[in-house]
Design a binder for this molecule. Sequence first.
Ligand SMILES: O=P(O)(O)OC[C@H]1O[C@H](O)[C@H](O)[C@@H](O)[C@@H]1O
Length: 570
Amino acid sequence: MASPALISESEQWKDLKQHVSEIQTTHLRDLMNDVDRCQSMMVEYEGIFLDYSRQRVTKETMGKLFKLAEAAHLKEKIEKMYGGEKINSTENRSVLHVALRAAREKEIYSDGKNVVPEVWQVLDKIKDFSEKVRSGAWIGATGKPLKDVVSVGIGGSFLGPLFVHAALQTDAVAAEYAKGRQLRFLANVDPVDVARSIKDLDPETTLVVVVSKTFTTAETMLNARTLREWISSSLGAGAVAKHMVAVSTNLPLVKDFGIDPANAFAFWDWVGGRYSVCSAVGVLPLSLQYSFSVVEKFLEGARSIDNHFYSAPFESNIPVLVGLLSVWNVTFLGYPARAILPYSQALEKFAPHIQQLSMESNGKGVSIDGTSLPFEAGEIDFGEPGTNGQHSFYQLIHQGRVIPCDFIGAVRSQQPIYLKGEVVSNHDELMSNFFAQPDALAYGKNPDELLRDKVPDHLIPHKTFTGNRPSLSILLPSLSAYDIGQLLAIYEHRIAVQGFVWGINSFDQWGVELGKSLATQVRKQLHASRVDEKPVQGFNFSTTTLLSRFLEVSLSLSLSQHAICALSRV
Ligand SMILES: O=P(O)(O)OC[C@H]1O[C@H](O)[C@H](O)[C@@H](O)[C@@H]1O
């Protein structure tokens, strides 16, 4: 029998819908008393411990979710992805970020061609180039070694590498390799970001890596031209060849830009931007900073999860479990958001990366066949490292809106401190919160308990915690490059699981196009008004008013003065 066009028409979906009312009668306070249930909701893989007992699910719910996964052909979809089928059907592309971290001898095909050899060709090239730069064998135009790197890119060409960089910065092994070197990122087209990214850097000792899958992204290309100007105005146009390299799928445009194709690092259209951190997009800048050997460990970590995701039964498959739980929370329980709460400062850029990964992948309103979805897909991701978040937005999570939370912690700190005379080490202090918060959310505090605590009557409603707020906990052994690779891959695959079950295309992003094309119209208008004093036209009343005001106030600055201002500040 053919599958229904929409997963929401399946019996398994309807069954879960009905099951919601049963779950609504439960409270986590009671569910947590069932040790057998809790035990069944703990999974371990290579020292990564997942505890999802604080989700609003019973064993029966999980059984129904596994049946839903079957109805959605989850296993087949995963196999299609790994098999290089063009599952990104609106762009007619394979989705093969798993090939980016495949072992050298592995075979993964796209369009009938094993892509692994070319992946390793680029990885070998990165290893060779990064070793040359790091050892001083590759020198700048004035003969000095290049110790600083500015990686210019935005979106998927920025957020993943930034997350990994932030995480490796305090890892003892990685930090040792990074001594005396700096890695910075330039993403925003805001000239303020240009100024920040090159503050106190010397073009003579700086290498600029332009990272853009398409090599057409307006922000990145203007930033790249700006840094090209920064280099050539100081060292001469000939210096660009020694101080600028590129990562892209569009090598002809790299050449047109003036970067020697020999210094271009390729990737392929079967790598989505937000899934590209394991391509040269992340591997090149990170290898320049931390050495290829460290980054290779990161790739190996991601690979271990790729194998786990592909082969583990759903009941013990971490990405599948957390993906199904998110589908349950978003679509069946109606919780629109998810908080990413790493109890680790090293993971401070994890939530921003997951925001793009998740919201650009699953923020869709139609099924893969183009049918409007009669249910909500995608979720609002946000987060901050604990404990900072506790002193900020946790109030809302405890007593306001219900937001399923991901608590992420590590057994070992990257930077342990134990002060003599303190009750616990600094890491144990941090982790006390990691263990306490999920129970506070699950159990809450009821009026009877407050009465027993002699809380005055008028404060009881204010001090009551309803509890029954779902969370899951992921405890990693440590935060080495390997662990970071694993964490990344868990979330990449989790998001794919969600999209596969919802029946959407998680690998396109048409929703970002409209704003871009309207910006092109505005850009033309700004140019015409500033250079030829043309009036604002073709926009609605509000935009015309706002644009005219912007132009009137700033028109006194001519275009050339703008250029001078920007460059002098640079
Ligand atoms: O790497 P690029 O081609 O410069 O693209 C950078 C980013 O811009 C686009 O608008 C997409 O929304 C992102 O998915 C992409 O990562």
